[in-house]
Each structure stands twice: as C-alpha cells, then as structure tokens.
Design a protein around this ligand. Structure first.
Ligand code: FA5
Length: 339
C-alpha cells in the first residue's frame, strides 16, 4: 500500500507539473481527488487495512492529498499569471499613437473684454458691484431724474413684465441702489446685461452689456473724470491714445459728455473704423446730477461725483475688429473659436 501511494504521488506530481491548461488540471484533480479518484479510493480502503498499518498509511495518504492539493493550487496560479501575461502582450499599448485631444473651451469675447475692463478699474481702486436685470421703473427712470412722460424715456425703452416692472435698459439704476445703502466715498463699477427695444442691426442688439462707473466723494471735479477715463482708454486701446469730450445730454448727469478717442487703427488720420473722422465715441459720462444725489439723501453741497456708462459689446467690436454685434450672440463656433 505504501508503495502504491508513493507511486501515485510521483505520477500525479509529474502530471500536474506538466499540465499546460486549466482543462488538463481539472481532469487531474478529478482523477486523484474526485469522488472516485485514485487517492480517494485509497483513503476509502483504509478501513480494510490491518490495525497496525492504518495510522501509518492514513498519515501518508493525507500528506499525499495535501501535497497534490497544494500543487494544484500553485499550478492554477501559475497558469492564471501566464494567461494574464499573454493577454497583456496581445493588448500591448502603442505609445506612439497620438493622444485624443480635449478641447478645453474658450472664454467668450464679451467675457474677455469685461475681464480686461474690470481689471483696469479694479487697479484704479473701483469695487465691482452687480444689480438686478429685472428692475422697477422707479430705479430705471424716476430716481435717475427721468420722470414719467419725459421724452428721454424713449431712448431707454425696454420690455415690461407689467406696469412698473421691466428689464433694465441701462446699468445706471445700480448707482441709485448703491447710494441708497452706502455713504460716500463710493467708487464702484457695475458690469451687466441691459435690454432695449432697439431694432437689431450691426451695432445694436436687444440684449447687450454695459459697464457703469460711479465715484462720489467731496470736491470731485471733471478733471478727475477725464483722468480716470483717459487712463481706461489708454489701457484698453494703447498708451498713445488721446481723448476729447463732446457735450451731450443725460438727465442723471450735469454737465454730460460723450467721450471719443482718436482712432487706434489710423491714429486719427481717418479710416473705415472711425468712419473717416479720426475719432471714435466710446462712452457717455458726466458729473452726477445734484437731483439724483438729493433723491438718495446725499447733501449735494457736500458731496458730488462723476458717472459713466460704456458698452463692452461695442468696445470688443472695436478692439477685436468685429463688424457685426450679432456675431457675439449667434453662438457660431467658427466665430467663437477664434478667441
Ligand atoms: C446710457 O445708457 C447711460 N446710462 C450711460 C451713462 C451712465 C451716461 C452714467 C452718463 C453717466 P447710452 O444709451 O448712450 O447711455 O448707452 C451707453 C452705451 O451702451 C452705448 O455707448 C453703447 O455702447 C451701448 N448700447 C446702447 N444701446 C445698445 C444696443 N442696442 N446694442 C448694443 N450696445 C448698446
């Protein structure tokens, strides 16, 4: 019996070691350890052995069983490792293939110009404030010295939700909202969207952007206004820019002016960007009307200041040489991808 076991051990170890796949291994497991397997049969026959042989053969049979089991496990692991290695070899990665490009997206030209303009004013000490797009008639008009039936309301006609509530037609209402809440000195800019019942064409859109500026303190002069706005123009359009202020009218500023810069494309000689005039109007501005100051409870004898409103859409058109405002809002990637 001992010899049979030794023989069984030798052959099984040999066969298991040389097995080349899982099928073969499984067959060997069944052949030795299965219900009717060779080793199982030996174990089953233990009972029939003489008493003194039982423990010796029993012990030996169990050792052989353990050895075969361990060897089978070991071989399974070896085969699995080999299988994985073969798979990896077959699926080898070609590191010379060009990678898949991720398009990170771009900043919209209006956002871009707003960022640039904000940076200039923040550098000059202005704080950035925002206000609501849906505005009351009071803030959009009355508080800015534009009473009901005043003809200038037509310039800022907008879309109404119901009487008294509209989409703001400029960012100037935020001047009033801030002054109502804060005491001077005030030094703010207000970027945001505005809405008007303007017919859409190359330079007008029913929705566009504005950036309002307001500075209130004691003894502010028109020279302060000119200094700040000239610095802005030079930082955006080139440090050699010159500016001129043309008398204008806004109910909420007195005196009022349009600021024009000498054309950055032709340096004032005349070209199609400045319509041969050499000058380009870029914003409206003026000294805050004392009536507006009074309406928010400021004493105009002590406080005064200046305000301005510029159109980032038009500034972007000039700076990036875009000839139609609608391009900003068509959402055509062929256009937007250029920025
Ligand atoms: C105003 O809206 C005044 N609130 C500006 C102001 C503020 C003056 C503070 C004085 C003191 P105006 O209507 O001119 O002004 O508009 C200002 C700018 O908004 C224009 O110069 C232009 O750049 C832009 N804008 C006006 N309407 C449109 C439109 N339909 N499409 C695109 N841009 C527009």
């Amino acid at each position: 019996m001992k010899e049979t076991l030794e023989k069984l051990k030798e052959t099984s170890i040999d066969l298991i070691k040389n097995a080349v796949n899982f099928d073969e291994l499984e067959k060997l497991r069944v052949r030795y350890l299965g219900k009717k397997g060779e080793l199982t049969t030996v174990l089953k026959g233990l009972g029939k052995l003489p008493k003194e042989e039982k423990p010796i053969i029993g012990k030996l049979a169990n050792i052989v069983k353990l050895e075969i089991t361990d060897l089978l496990d070991e071989k399974i692991q070896t085969l699995e490792k080999k299988k994985l290695e073969e798979k990896i070899m077959k699926e080898s990665i070609d590191i010379t293939l060009p990678g898949r490009r991720l398009d990170p997206g771009r900043i919209h030209p209006i956002t871009k110009i707003l960022m640039e303009i904000k940076e200039v004013f923040v550098g000059l000490g202005f704080a950035v404030v925002e206000g609501p797009d849906v505005e009351t008639e009071y803030y959009n008009f009355e508080a800015l010295n534009i009473p009901v039936d005043h003809p200038s309301r037509e310039m800022w006609d907008s879309f109404y939700f119901k009487p008294g509530l509209l989409l703001r037609s400029h960012t100037s209402p935020v001047q009033v909202r801030v002054m109502e809440k804060q005491k001077p000195p005030i030094k703010i800019i207000v970027p945001g969207k505005c809405y008007r019942r303007d017919s859409v064409d190359a330079t007008h859109h029913w929705m566009f952007h504005q950036l309002e500026g307001l500075l209130i303190d004691e003894r502010v002069t028109f020279a302060d206004l000119k200094g700040v706005l000239l610095e802005f123009a030079r930082r955006i359009f080139g440090k050699e820019r010159r500016a001129k202020f043309i008398p204008s009218y806004f109910p909420f500023t007195e005196p009022s002016a349009e600021m024009a810069i000498d054309c950055f494309a032709c340096n004032g000689k005349g070209c199609n960007i400045c319509k041969q005039s050499g000058w380009i109007e870029i914003l409206g501005a003026g000294m805050v009307n004392p009536k507006v100051l009074k309406a928010v409870g400021y004493d105009p004898e002590i406080y005064n200041g200046f305000a301005f409103g510029l159109g980032p859409d038009r500034i972007a058109m000039l700076k990036y040489r875009i000839n139609d405002i609608r391009l900003f809002y068509d959402n055509d990637l062929r256009f937007l991808e250029q920025f």
